[in-house]
Design a protein around this ligand. Structure first.
Ligand SMILES: O=P(O)(O)O[C@H]1O[C@H](CO)[C@@H](O)[C@H]1O
Length: 291
């Protein structure tokens, strides 16, 4: 890691202190909105919002469908902070920048992170518009040594060698399933394995076939770094992928995927996702960290 990418505890603290001085909200839950999923923040009541460009130390969003705003507010009486727009490695951000907000959230008092993303499906049984509750992930950049936890370990956040089995909280996954059942949307809800690739290109057919054979259900270019950093500092994590496209696995298939199509499908499920996330937050116990 280059020294310009090194972020020290005081950097996170400075940003957290600035935010605490600008809002009365003291969130326990943070939500990261995936591509085209920024409307999750619209449900927040009594909003205080900040453009990323106005927040000291914050990186900037450069991807269409990621507004670049941090929104604080109440969801059914629970205080949340919501990132309308995340940072990706392919934008040129270091992984410490990509995950910078997560550690700031920890310093704000957040103990639960909800991540969402747009993803392409590999699983044959999935359709466009399905919602996948993330059971686990494969972090390709991480396996290749690109990990936000690289570098000197900050013991104030967590241990040098954090375990990652069970990183997606089981009771929150069950709670989400039950909520989907009561919403009558179970027919398009799945549970599966998300795989992060570096992007920004979509997959070749050979790469898609490889991922399929590895047991990947959905692929995207985000999420794993934020989840690692959240889990490292002791946060509970829940994740949702919205299946925006089927990844092309056949040379006979002339379909191609593009970001505009991804954003279009995100819109289609925005309301369902909003209700699901709101209900989940309203049902979760956020004081003693048990669902
Ligand atoms: O993961 P999110 O941010 O939802 O975005 C997904 O959508 C974009 C590609 O259309 C990529 O950035 C991919 O990671």
């Amino acid at each position: 890691m280059h020294s310009k990418d090194q972020i020290c505890h005081e950097d996170y603290q400075r940003t957290a202190d600035w935010l605490l001085s600008q809002t009365q909200h003291r969130p326990k839950v943070a939500i990261i909105c995936g591509s085209g999923l920024g409307m999750l923040a619209d449900a927040l009541k009594c909003q205080d919002s900040f453009k990323y460009s106005d927040i000291p130390g914050f990186p900037q969003s450069t991807v269409k469908g990621h507004a670049g705003r941090l929104v604080f507010g109440e969801l059914k009486g629970k205080t949340c902070v919501c990132m309308q727009g995340r940072f990706h490695m392919y934008e040129g951000h270091s992984l410490s920048k990509v995950t910078f907000p997560v550690r700031v959230f920890k310093l704000l008092g957040v103990d639960t992170l909800i991540v969402t993303n747009a993803a392409g499906s590999l699983a044959d049984s999935y359709s466009c518009g399905d919602i996948m509750i993330i059971r686990d992930h494969i972090n390709f950049p991480g396996l290749a040594g690109l990990n936000p936890l690289n570098g000197p370990n900050d013991d104030k956040f967590g241990t040098r060698f954090p375990p990652m089995s069970g990183v997606y909280d089981k009771s929150l996954r069950k709670m989400a399933f039950d909520i989907c059942k009561s919403m009558g949307v179970s027919q398009y809800v799945q549970e599966g394995v998300y795989c992060m690739v570096g992007g920004p290109n979509f997959e070749t057919v050979a790469e898609a076939r490889l991922l399929h054979r590895l047991g990947v259900d959905a692929v995207g270019m985000s999420t794993a770094p934020e989840v690692l950093v959240a889990s490292h500092c002791g946060m509970r994590v829940f994740g949702l992928s919205l299946i925006t496209n089927k990844v092309v696995k056949s040379y006979e298939d002339n379909e191609t995927v593009n970001h505009e199509a991804v954003l279009e499908v995100s819109k289609m499920r925005s309301e369902t996702l909003q209700v699901l996330v709101t209900e989940l937050i309203s049902q979760m116990d956020i004081n003693n960290n048990t669902a």
